[in-house]
Design a binder for this molecule. Sequence first.
Ligand SMILES: CC(C)(COP(=O)(O)OP(=O)(O)OC[C@H]1O[C@@H](n2cnc3c(N)ncnc32)[C@H](O)[C@@H]1OP(=O)(O)O)[C@@H](O)C(=O)NCCC(=O)NCCS
Length: 214
Amino acid sequence: MQLTTKRLILRPWQESDAEDLYNYAKDPDIGPIAGWPPHKSVEESRSIIRGVFSGKECYAVCLKENGKAIGSIALKLNGETDMTEQDDECELGYWLGKEFWGQGLILEAARELLRHGFEDLEMRTIWCGYYDGNAKSKRVQEKLGFAYHHTCNEVEVPLMGEIRIGHTNVMTRERWFSLDGNCPCKKRSCERHGKCDECRAHHEKSKRPRPCER
Ligand SMILES: CC(C)(COP(=O)(O)OP(=O)(O)OC[C@H]1O[C@@H](n2cnc3c(N)ncnc32)[C@H](O)[C@@H]1OP(=O)(O)O)[C@@H](O)C(=O)NCCC(=O)NCCS
């Protein structure tokens, strides 16, 4: 699966991205704040591409102009995240090479991935978190329209061998489609937004009971 935005291509990671990945992921300002140690070699980056980055909804964030990977973004599905045990819920995670910060690029990638999650994968809820003190990631989640859900004062960060304070935010389907411009019908300036068949179909999916609730 490949997704595109105005400035970016989101595509699966390839082993040939290992050098670009290492170039950004070796930076101590990127991984540790997100809960993982800086990469130590191109070989380690390659093995992370083969392992962690081979998830079904994990994408290399690439610049359209040259196709080079400059960051990573993923919907971590049930089994890949400890934030949910439901198949219609997942966790959004992301990072970007430092020289590309401050241009709204992750915001652009995340909006497309949230659209994909709700419209194509029919997710009911998408979770997103950050560790206390990560003001940049907090700000990204605010700009995306996430709502605060809870704070946990003792979260294990196994790859760093630390205990931290973790904040968790949530985006429900209802919230996503009600945010400005997100409903596919509204994007086409539908005059019956909220009442047309497309809106009604999205609304019905939001209310659909889970198998265990039937
Ligand atoms: C979080 C991250 C992905 C944001 O990416 P981004 O594309 O720079 O995001 P934005 O351009 O929307 O900037 C978000 C906020 O970061 C801050 N910011 C951006 N660039 C900055 C810089 N160079 N220095 C300091 N702060 C900066 C600003 O407060 C900005 O908010 P504003 O637009 O309201 O001013 C990026 O900082 C990153 O990769 N951080 C390390 C990994 C990480 O924290 N991942 C998330 C784990 S939960």
